[in-house]
Structures are given as structure tokens and as C-alpha cells.
Ligand binder design. Structure first.
Ligand code: COA
Length: 321
């Protein structure tokens, strides 16, 4: 018994913001952003929400899989920026899709969120609790980014990606590795609501993403290759056995650094960050969906998905397409 991705989908906000557009807001340039990050433009919400993007991506994944919302038994939504504390975004997506029979809940592991949600879905399916799951990563980070901070506002984009997975007899997901390091939480953070009740009231200042970019960069280039090696070792594969490495899209130089450390040719590392920026938990499923719809994923191919982000959290998953 295995768990296989049967369909993928994605959704991006309509508005595209170029580096030149950002240069009108903060002191930056297209040249700086491209050279340091590889990003050329990103989609930014002018009304789309985590829920609306997730619902569209989920609908497309179901269509792609040839399944309907009524089939879905588990709906997991990874997000770091939900519109509401309660109800969770997954339940709102369930309602829009009409997935009445699904159990739905959110999960937050920042940019590794989709991978952690996929692993959770697999664990449920392997345990025999559910037979399938719709796993979504959806982010509207533009509402938690400080648009006056040039070191962060140029990096992020909004969007959602989804994968529909099912219990299956052919080989599918081959293995997972997940890690968290809460001692490094301060290098990438964004506050939430402060404590306020009749007995204490802390200042309710809006909080935005704050990041030590160099620390995150160093962490990613060091830990992601180690994590991928750990995964491949566990399932008895070599780096050369992997057809495509679908990595979290944070920075072109990070992806290139990981490729170098793994001694794998860069053409095995597809990228779309030039057009979408860093969409946190949506990055991996959106890239996967683009590859799928472009016909670049053939049956039997071996893929490694790997993500990293705030927490710190990081992980990798190997699968047979
Ligand atoms: N435009 C122009 N200059 C900028 C800038 C921008 N958008 N952002 C920062 N700078 C400036 C800095 O102020 C600094 O100037 P100074 O030397 O006068 O102080 C200079 O560029 C170099 O900054 P530095 O932070 O050293 O640049 P860098 O090469 O490390 O690149 C990041 C910065 C953020 C692009 C890079 O560190 C990075 O991508 N880190 C990972 C971030 C990430 O992916 N986070 C999400 C993880 S899920």
C-alpha cells in the first residue's frame, strides 16, 4: 500500500507586481532584486484571500485528479497567514467546495507547511483512518509584510497550491524526513494578537514579518541538502536517482547553493520564483502543479520535494510520480 498524488492545482491573484513597481515604494531596483534573489515579479492580492485562493487551487486539483469534493475525506490547509483565527481556513474551504464529508483543519509550519501537511495526510491514510486527502498550501503574505522594509517586501508573493492524494497499490510517496528547531525561532518571525483580558492588556501593535535574511540563507543552504541526503539514505536512493528536485522557492541563490552541495546539475531544480516570489507554504504545490500541467512529470519519475522556513522547520519528501 502506498499514497500517491493523483492531481494538482494552483491559483494566483490577478495582480502582478514587478520589481520596478516596488522600486516606486522602497529604495530598491530591479537589478538588485534579480541579482540577489532571482525574483522578477510576484502576484499580490487585491482582494483574493487565503480561503478563496485555496478553494480555487483545491477545485483544480480535484478536477485534475478526476475526483469531486464529495470524495474528499480529509482536507488539510497549511497557512501562516489565515484571515480568521476561527473558524479555520480549511473549514471555510470545505464549505466553498462542498466537501461535506471531509474532516478539515489548518496546520502552520510556515514555508515547510505544505510538506508537513502532506506528511500528516499520508500518516492518516497509511494508518487506515482515511483513504484520501486534499492538501493545500495557501498564503496571502502581503498582509503581514512590512511594505516599508525593502529587505523583506521584495521577497514574498501570494498564491495557493494543492495536491489530491489517495491510497493506492502502485508506488507513490517513498518517504519523508521532517525537522524543527524552535531555538532559532527569532530569525524569522511575525507576531500575533497580544494578551488582552480584564486582568492584563499588552499594547496591540500590528506586527509584520521580521527576518535575519543572512541567517535564514545560511540555514537553508546547510540544512536542506543534509535533510535530502538523510531522506535518500533512509529509502536507499542516491542523489542521481532523482529526476527532479522541487524545492521551496525562496531565492535562486539558495536553490543553486543546495544543488552545488548535493553535486547535482541545476537543470534538475526547476524554478518559478522569478514570476511568483516566495509564496511560503504555497511555493512547492504551485511549482508542482506548473510542472504537472506543462507535461514535465512523467509516470515513474522520482521527485524530491523539500522546504524550509520559520520555526525553524524543514523537511523533504521523495515520491514516484
Ligand atoms: N534593495 C536594495 N538593497 C537592499 C535590499 C533591497 N531590496 N534589501 C537589502 N538591501 C541592502 C541592505 O540594506 C544591505 O545594505 P548595507 O550593506 O548598506 O547595510 C545590502 O543590501 C546587503 O544586504 P544583505 O542582507 O547582506 O544582502 P544579502 O545578499 O544577504 O541578500 C536577502 C538579502 C534577504 C535577499 C538574502 O539574505 C536572502 O534571500 N535570505 C533568505 C531569505 C529568505 O529566503 N527568507 C524566507 C525563508 S522561507
Amino acid at each position: 500500500m502506498s499514497v500517491k498524488i493523483i492531481g494538482t492545482g494552483s491559483a494566483l491573484p490577478e495582480k502582478i507586481v514587478t520589481n520596478d513597481d516596488l522600486a516606486q515604494l522602497v529604495e530598491t531596483s530591479d537589478e538588485w532584486i534579480r541579482e540577489r534573489t532571482g525574483i522578477g515579479s510576484r502576484h499580490i492580492s487585491t482582494g483574493e484571500t487565503v480561503v478563496s485562493l485555496a478553494a480555487r487551487a483545491g477545485e483544480r486539483a480535484l478536477e485534475n485528479a478526476g475526483r469531486t469534493a464529495a470524495d474528499v475525506q480529509l482536507l488539510l490547509l497549511a497557512t501562516a497567514a489565515p484571515e480568521t483565527g476561527i473558524p479555520c481556513a480549511a473549514c471555510q474551504v470545505q464549505s466553498i467546495l462542498g466537501a461535506a464529508g471531509a474532516v478539515a483543519f489548518d496546520l502552520n509550519a510556515a514555508c515547510a507547511g505544505f510538506l508537513f501537511a502532506l506528511h500528516t495526510a499520508c500518516a492518516y491514510i497509511e494508518a487506515g483512518i482515511y483513504e484520501n486527502a486534499l492538501v493545500v498550501g495557501s498564503e496571502v503574505l502581503s498582509k503581514i509584510v512590512d511594505w516599508t522594509d525593502r529587505s523583506t517586501c521584495v521577497l514574498f508573493g501570494d498564491g495557493a497550491g494543492a495536491a489530491y492524494v489517495e491510497r493506492c497499490d502502485e508506488p507513490g510517496i517513498l518517504g519523508f524526513v521532517q525537522h524543527s528547531d524552535g531555538t532559532k525561532g527569532e530569525v524569522l518571525q511575525c507576531g500575533g494578537r497580544q494578551l488582552s483580558n480584564p486582568y492584563i492588556s499588552l499594547p496591540q501593535e500590528p506586527s509584520f514579518v521580521k527576518m535575519d535574511g543572512r541567517e535564514v540563507f545560511a540555514f537553508a543552504v546547510r540544512q536542506v541538502p543534509a535533510c535530502i541526503q538523510e531522506l535518500l539514505g533512509r529509502i536507499g536512493l542516491e542523489t542521481g536517482d532523482v529526476d527532479l528536485y522541487v524545492l521551496h522557492q525562496a531565492n535562486r541563490r539558495i536553490v543553486e547553493g543546495i544543488a552545488r552541495r548535493l553535486a547535482v546539475a541545476e537543470d534538475r531544480f526547476p524554478m518559478n520564483l522569478d514570476r511568483v516570489g516566495n509564496m511560503s507554504s504555497a511555493a512547492i504545490p504551485v511549482l508542482l502543479d506548473e510542472l504537472n500541467r506543462a507535461g514535465r512529470l512523467r509516470a515513474g519519475m522520482t521527485l524530491v520535494l523539500s522546504g524550509f522556513g520559520a520555526g525553524l522547520t524543514y523537511g523533504a519528501c521523495a515520491l514516484r510520480w
